[in-house]
Design a protein around this ligand. Sequence first.
Ligand code: IMP
Length: 423
Amino acid sequence: MPVDILVGTQWGDEGKGKLIDVLTKDIDMVIRFQGGNNAGHTVEIGDEKYVLHLVPSGIFRPGVACVIGNGLVVDPIGLVSEMRELEERGIDVSAVQLSTRAHLVMPYHKLMDAFNEETKTRDKKIGTTKRGIGPTYADKANRTGIRAVDMLDLAGFERKFREQATAYNDLFSSKDTETVDLDAAWAELKDAAEYLNSMICDTVVTINQAIKAGKNILCEGAQGALLDIDHGTYPFVTSSTTISGGVCGGAGISPRAVRNVYGVMKAYTTRVGEGPFPTELDNAAGEALRQAGGEFGATTGRPRRCGWFDAIISGYSCMVSGVNKLTITKLDVLDDQPELLICTAYELDGETINTVPADPIKLSEVKPIYESMPGWECPTTEVRSYDDLPENARKYLERIEELVDAEIDIVSVGPNRVQTFQK
Ligand code: IMP
């Protein structure tokens, strides 16, 4: 069983890119299985910082196959510009494979995403990344999508694009909003299709051949469990399956092939975009966490909302994803805190609950019930082994472990590859 999965257990931005990069030391293939360039995976190697949106985080390890699976929605223009940028920085991108079955984000999907957001009333806005993710998955479900395989036949691709874009433009015109410039967009799409042509293949076959050959495979989740289309805080979610189960559909991998599920969890909680967030600190303490943690979106640059660790949502995520290896990131961001709060239950309508209400209105009404722990008030960024952590930091981690019912495997105390150790 050579397949490991790594998923986010909160609202995304848990530090998955860094962890994938660390774990790929002994890996032969890294697979993205859902989402699109709404993701922003930051990897720091030495003095260099890279932000990946579609290219799997294994790209910095020579010899690692990097698969963009069938479950993604891929902006071909965005993907090509990301790959060219990597090439300009000396990174070899020839190991990238793009699934024939992946759906394509077209320029009209991005306009539709922006239009949907702009026309919603304040309380209904999702705060999407405006990368066209939702509209592309909607077309996929409507069976009107255009897929990577279509790029292999340029004439057919152009016909499909113009047909769909014209229908969208008619709709945009009727709403008096921006339309797609068909010729300009086609020029960019054609360039992208030509660049990507040699990378488009049946990745379900290449992946399963690798499994059969006993290769080590890591599936790289994007976003987090609380943004999952089914298990997240619907409707304030993304449009894909972000939990570990998404690997089966999104990469064409049998559940029997799965070995470990790594759950990446920040030592506190953040969220970008709208939607309920029970432990949010909408005050100076939240601002201090934001500054200490550099909590600004890797894709959109938006300030992230920050709050205390929430064991209810994180425990739910570990349960649905079957996390058996927990990775705690950004522990160092809490170094200056004299006291740490952990949410261990919610109060709702006078009752104590320890589950996540499905109704977003109810979830926005819960009051977190906190447990207090003393901070460690000393730097941890130079710590390189679990036993060298301050005692209060170890106690904090062990309490998290107990509350979310998953064992800690890795702790990260800074953005660099070297600031990582096993428990
Ligand atoms: P969409 O995926 O662009 O449709 O956005 C839906 C929601 O998911 C919004 O709240 C976004 O802020 C959030 N989101 C999407 N991708 C990420 C991510 O990579 N990290 C954190 N939040 C994300």
